[in-house]
Design a protein around this ligand. Structure first.
Ligand code: SF4
Length: 349
């Protein structure tokens, strides 16, 4: 009974504490089904029956960082590295906008070859293509870079915190600190970015208590987006023999996050779709409302391997989007036609 009452209270505006979030994460059987159903209903209440399709250009796989879980880490000497030229990135963005995308996510490793000026140039040229939102996902940079790119028109920024457990964070990120990551997130918010963060499920040493803390952190930060996906081991990392995160716990975490975060955009992450063939559909029934499709040419996609994943046959940007539209319609979802800005934006105004 307790879980049902707790879900009801959260729906009425109650902010659960750490113990209660952990309790939700431990639910099984009919109680878990109830959480999934409530998450779906809350999503429909706040976000409608809509899914936002975002296009992502992974424009460089060079990275100065050494994240222990990532195939792009600077110490992986086996990986062939690539960089897309700024004009090549803009060309791909143009094709995507012509195909109907209203959000372009620009993602790379932490690659300082892309100076403040180069990224500014890319942002300005893409913004000139029409009413299109730009999300940056380029890691920890100088705050002046963040400021300039916001002035140039970048709308959103994704920077996952990965785990709020300081010990685990330290063991996975020998090159940086959790403190700095949080500072970056706060700065991005202060600069007016729609700010996204997120974390992994199944990191070595992680407990359900940690996951509850991750959800609470996202809620306190009032994030506009949150990516929650399973850890998947990569052969080129020190964690190559660690077990992958569970899709069941990931889905449960997405649902509990939806209960608590309400309007925050939650993607059906690529990592979840990689370990679970039905992951997208299940995530959309558990409160997710966003999906990201890759846009860069296939010769680069093969090399942007944070974790191993299948690529499938080559298709055009337009074909892939149309295929996703058909899939979403087949599971009873509608495809959003607007930019899909954060619903928290109106709260802030
Ligand atoms: S997770 Fe991001 S910052 Fe870390 S090594 Fe991979 S690409 Fe670089």
């Amino acid at each position: 009974m307790r879980i049902y009452q707790l879900v009801q209270n959260i729906r009425s505006g109650y902010r659960p504490n750490l113990d209660e979030i952990e309790e939700l994460l431990r639910a099984e059987g009919p109680e878990l089904s109830h959480i999934f159903q409530a998450a779906d209903e809350i999503n429909r209440q706040y976000n409608g029956n809509l899914v936002h399709i975002r296009g992502i250009i992974e424009f460089s796989n060079y990275c100065r960082a050494r994240c222990a879980y990532c195939g792009l880490n600077a110490e992986n000497r086996e990986l062939k590295r690539y960089r897309m030229e700024p004009d090549e990135i803009i060309e791909v963005a143009k094709e995507a906008v012509d195909a109907g995308y209203r959000t372009i996510v620009l993602q790379s490793g932490e690659d300082l070859w892309y100076t403040r000026e180069k990224i500014s140039y890319i942002i300005r040229r893409i913004k000139a293509l029409g009413d299109v939102a730009i999300t940056l996902s380029v890691g920890e940079r100088d705050f002046e870079d963040y400021r300039k790119w916001r002035e140039d028109g970048a709308d959103r920024f994704l920077l996952k915190h990965e785990t709020i457990n300081p010990k685990i964070y330290k063991s996975l990120h020998p090159h940086s600190t959790l403190r700095n990551r949080i500072l970056c997130l706060k700065k991005l918010k202060e600069l007016g970015y729609q700010t996204g963060s997120g974390f992994m499920i199944g990191l070595p040493g992680q407990t359900l208590r940690d996951i509850a803390r991750d959800i609470l952190f996202l809620n306190n930060l009032k994030v506009d987006m949150a990516g929650i996906g399973p850890f998947i081991p990569h052969r080129g990392t020190v964690l190559k023999d660690a077990p992958a995160g569970s899709s069941e716990i990931t889905l449960k975490t997405v649902a509990v996050s939806r209960l608590i975060l309400k309007t925050t955009h939650l993607p059906a992450t690529t990592a979840l779709r990689t370990i679970d063939g039905t992951g997208a559909e299940r995530a959309f029934r558990a409160g997710a409302n966003v999906i990201m499709l890759k846009l860069e040419p296939y010769k680069y996609r093969r090399l942007y391997e944070i974790y191993p994943k299948p690529l499938g046959p080559e298709k055009s940007i337009r074909e892939e989007r149309e295929e996703m539209v058909r899939f979403l319609q087949s599971i009873g979802k509608e495809v959003a036609q607007d930019r899909g800005d954060s619903l928290r934006l109106t709260e802030r105004q």
